[in-house]
Design a protein around this ligand. Structure first.
Ligand SMILES: Cc1cc2nc3c(=O)[nH]c(=O)nc-3n(C[C@H](O)[C@H](O)[C@H](O)COP(=O)(O)O)c2cc1C
Length: 187
């Protein structure tokens, strides 16, 4: 399986998750290309990968600006190259796992879901099946926003994602890979 691991991270929270995914993929015996979207100037051929992990921090219920801009660029490329067909038929053997890190200070997980769905639509439009969606708690990092870390809808989220959150990311990464190995003939 060709595996891509894309992420965007303003304050390093999503990067922690992306690095755990990278470790888990390697432990599962596959090669992985990890890309920080802020360093990605060119369009990526997403159909060249059997599985793409994609993640971002949540900013006003959506992925951050860097991720939004990258998605726009990918969509422009896809439209110009007729990659988006009516009905977006599914391409066998092509999958994505979409996640975000979020603090949910006001409405909890409701703030994470639009961001995950937004990123997932890029893949669904191309015919790539979203195999899994994860929302992972990520505390506010900027000093002036830290008060949100123990007064929001999720309660005390100081230090998240913590060791246990990251252990779960590794387990779920392996779970997705196992599931796909059952669904996709490995090349
Ligand atoms: C300026 C700012 C705005 C944020 N807005 C939201 C928000 O609307 N909803 C939410 O759940 N979390 C929000 N967060 C929390 C981040 O989504 C969370 O800390 C995330 O883990 C950051 O990931 P990153 O450092 O990888 O970008 C915000 C954080 C900052 C710094």
């Amino acid at each position: 399986m060709n595996i891509l691991n894309m992420y965007s991270s303003l304050n390093g929270q999503t990067e922690k998750v992306a690095f755990e995914i990278e470790k888990a993929v390697i432990e599962a015996g596959f090669a992985v290309t990890t890309v920080n979207v802020k360093n990605q100037d060119d369009v990526i051929d997403l159909l060249a990968y059997d599985l793409t992990f994609i993640g971002s921090g949540v900013y006003t219920w959506l992925p951050g600006k860097t991720m939004l801009k990258w998605i726009e660029k990918q969509m422009d490329y896809a439209r110009k190259n007729d990659l988006i067909l009516p009905g977006s038929p599914r391409i066998p053997g092509k999958f994505a796992c979409v996640y975000c890190t979020y603090a949910g200070p006001h409405t909890g997980e409701g703030e994470a879901i639009p961001a995950i769905k937004y990123m997932g639509q890029l893949f669904e439009h191309l015919g790539i099946t979203v195999a899994d969606e994860w929302s992972i708690v990520g505390a506010f990092i900027p000093e002036k926003m830290r008060h949100f870390n123990n007064c929001g809808r999720l309660g005390n989220i100081v230090g998240r994602p913590n060791t246990e959150d990251l252990r779960q990311v590794r387990e779920k990464t392996k779970g997705v890979i196992d599931y796909l190995q059952l669904s996709v003939p490995v090349k």
